[in-house]
Design a protein around this ligand. Structure first.
Ligand code: MN3
Length: 229
């Protein structure tokens, strides 16, 4: 039962106000779309388990704590919260940026990964856009990898669609989402040490070479087509 289903049921049943305040917290940890060990040997099962069950859960829990007592905000999606961050009450902006960003970023991250046997290639429309923006798939991968390698401290390297519809690669610190600057994220590479330290320790370059073997290009291509409409 997702939050959206609950809201729809509540709406059918007489309005969102019919939901008891003691209902389940508004934000919930999405299930991994594959087993913890599905990305082996590139990403190890223990890292996936801790990353999803502990790190992502903590962003969800902290976001729930931040919006508790504010039903209007709790009724929004995390993407909507990030989109309207500048109009939120001042005390909420930092938790939404960090915890909401962490929740949104990881929710997308799990979906954009797949076992290497199912990684595939960008579909024609995305492939053409990558060629146009970066000069080819190999050049795109090189740019994403070097951008991720250069992130100082904790952060992500992002492939996003800009407000003007262009594909852009950018590094962002911490859990800052591309949504904060009006972009629509397609694919993010998490380079917080929690994403790779158990298997790769300080060897971020090795982790980056590995994770590029387990990108779910079907998902990313489909997302690009949806966001380009
Ligand atoms: Mn992470």
């Amino acid at each position: 039962m997702t939050r959206r289903h609950l809201l729809e049921m509540a709406a059918v049943g007489g309005g969102i106000a019919a939901m008891a305040p003691a209902a389940a917290p508004p934000f919930t940890l999405p299930k991994l779309p594959y087993a913890y060990d599905a990305l082996e040997p590139y990403i190890d099962a223990r890292t996936m388990e801790i990353h999803h069950d502990k790190h992502h859960q903590a962003y969800v829990d902290n976001l729930n704590k931040a919006v508790v007592g504010d039903p209007a905000l709790a009724a929004l999606t995390v993407e909507q919260l990030l989109q309207k961050i500048d109009s939120l009450p001042a005390p909420l902006r930092t938790p939404v940026r960090n915890q909401g960003g962490g929740h949104a970023n990881h929710s997308l991250f799990w979906e954009t990964l797949a076992p290497s046997s199912k990684s595939g290639k960008p579909a024609p429309k995305l492939s053409a856009a990558l060629d146009k923006a970066f000069g080819g798939f190999t050049a795109f991968q090189d740019k994403l990898r070097t951008t991720a390698l250069a992130v100082f401290g904790s952060g992500w390297a992002w492939l996003s669609v800009s407000p003007g519809g262009e594909l852009v690669i950018e590094p962002l610190p911490n859990q800052d989402s591309p949504i904060l600057t009006g972009k629509r994220p397609l694919l993010g590479i998490d380079v917080w040490e929690h994403a790779y330290y158990l298997k790769y320790q300080n060897r971020r370059a090795d982790y980056l070479a590995a994770i590029l073997q387990v990108i779910n290009w079907d998902y990313v291509s489909h997302r690009y087509e949806e966001l380009s409409k």
